[in-house]
Design a protein around this ligand. Structure first.
Ligand SMILES: C[S@@+](CC[C@H](N)C(=O)[O-])C[C@H]1O[C@@H](n2cnc3c(N)ncnc32)[C@H](O)[C@@H]1O
Length: 200
């Protein structure tokens, strides 16, 4: 694994600590706008990291099941939402966690860190978690990303992405393909930002 690739636990703690103070990610804000007020519906924040998007969901009226392998995730979430907030935080790997059925599943820059050998199982779990009419918002890395080739991560060509989304109503699909920066340094980003919906 190259020093560029953010995989080990210490890296994730440093990464998630460094997120403090940023606004909720655009994909999260977009899917919350599409889905409307939570009204107590259940959302999943898969790879909740800093908890910023979890807090945005609570603010929008959702109950939230937040999960991440980073052991500090519960503390971070608790620091952003009140003690009475309708949030459950579970520290677990994507490969092990049991997801509840939900009206919204958000996975921000998280699923690419599932290795190809486990990706199909995790993706099946994500799709099975969606209730009819449920919203999915996910960032997936494309095959022109400069991290592509890392065997511990999953990268998709456009055809594979279309296969993954088969049977869902794709509401928005933005393809980013440009040089930029990551927490680890300069990189080329090839990212599919997807909002989709399970048909009713
Ligand atoms: C790039 S961060 C994104 C975090 C947050 N969603 C955000 O947008 O800032 C990836 C997150 O996924 C978590 N993660 C990576 N691989 C994981 C795995 N296999 N199981 C559970 N969590 C994982 C990391 O701990 C980290 O918090």
């Amino acid at each position: 694994m190259s020093a560029e690739t953010p995989r080990d636990g210490r890296h994730w703690s440093a990464y998630n600590d460094a997120q403090a103070g940023r606004p909720p990610r655009p994909l999260c804000r977009q899917v919350l706008a599409h889905a409307g007020a939570g009204d107590g519906r259940l959302a999943v924040d898969l790879g909740c990291g800093s908890g910023i998007e979890t807090a945005a969901m609570v603010e929008a009226g959702w109950r939230v099941f937040a999960t991440d392998a980073d052991p500090a995730a519960p503390t971070r979430v608790a620091s952003l939402v009140g003690p009475e907030a309708p949030v459950e935080v579970v520290v677990a790997g994507f490969e092990q966690v049991q997801l509840p059925r939900a009206d919204l599943v958000y996975a921000g820059y998280a699923l690419p860190f599932v290795p190809p050998s486990h990706f199909a199982d995790v993706w099946r779990k994500v799709r099975e978690a969606l209730r009819p009419g449920g919203w999915l918002a996910v960032d997936l890395l494309g095959d022109r990303d400069s991290w592509a080739g890392q065997r511990s991560m999953t990268f998709l060509d456009r055809e594979s992405l279309d296969d993954l989304l088969h049977g869902l109503e794709v509401v928005a699909l933005e393809e980013e393909d440009e040089d930029g920066r990551s927490f680890s340094g300069p990189k080329h980003w090839h990212v599919f930002h997807v909002i989709a919906r399970r048909p009713r």
